[in-house]
Design a protein around this ligand. Sequence first.
Ligand SMILES: Nc1ncnc2c1ncn2[C@@H]1O[C@H](COP(=O)(O)OP(=O)(O)OP(=O)(O)O)[C@@H](O)[C@H]1O
Length: 261
Amino acid sequence: MTEPITSLHQRPELLRMEQIDKTFNGDVIALRGMSLQVREGDFISLLGPSGCGKSTALRLISDLIHPTAGRISWYGGHDTGDLGVVFQEPTLMPWATVAQNVWLPFRLRGKPYSAVKDDVLEALKLVGLEAFQNSYPRELSGGMKMRVSIARAMVTRPRLILMDEPFAALDEITRFKLNNDLLKLKAAIGCTVVFVTHSVFESVFLSDRIIVMAARPGRVICELEVDAPYPRDQDFRTSPEYAAYTRRTTDALHQAMGEAA
Ligand SMILES: Nc1ncnc2c1ncn2[C@@H]1O[C@H](COP(=O)(O)OP(=O)(O)OP(=O)(O)O)[C@@H](O)[C@H]1O
């Protein structure tokens, strides 16, 4: 069954970046004039060549660094529980079990395991790893470790999940599977995702909006909408519609890389 479509433009706003500049060491212009509106339920991909400021944009949203100019505002304010982050490396604690790793965001907020055990197991169930709660990271495949990392990011049910090339190090089959599962997961918990990728194919499959960026200086070149209904699956990946979107996105990316040259 197709999920009801709320027009992208009707969704309530969650976060807004306005005319953001970020300069490092006085002369490295990582971002210039970046504006982005994130609405509740969006799946947004930041797509562009190396050095165009994608990770910088995520770090700005997560408050790890601050803009040199411009403003980032959350609609209705926010706290740390509103944000989950997934990096390219799963960054799991090797000495801790899968369940203990997923418990971490709660532990950092002083919540004992017994108080949040159900949430931890539910998150593991959603990523298909409930049976591995007592395993250690060394016993898991790369894809399974990434699932644990995703479970950890979503265990507190954040409003926004930031993902920085989470599947880049995985083989193609595992990546397809995790792309499919990520969309199911997002639908199940109803969060918003901002996702960094170098892959046109991945960005089209996952996103309802793709922000194409260029480097030197890092900036937004254009915003593309992928107006295809969710759920999306293998049929979407092999459809003429998907091929048309990937062509359009590839053209935009070439333009971005041409402008950066
Ligand atoms: N802490 C820092 N100090 C100095 N320069 C930085 C710092 N962080 C990022 N930069 C520079 O800012 C620019 C944008 O970097 P960023 O990592 O955001 O790009 P990216 O698009 O995520 O690249 P990639 O796809 O390779 O990860 C680059 O020129 C990078 O070298």
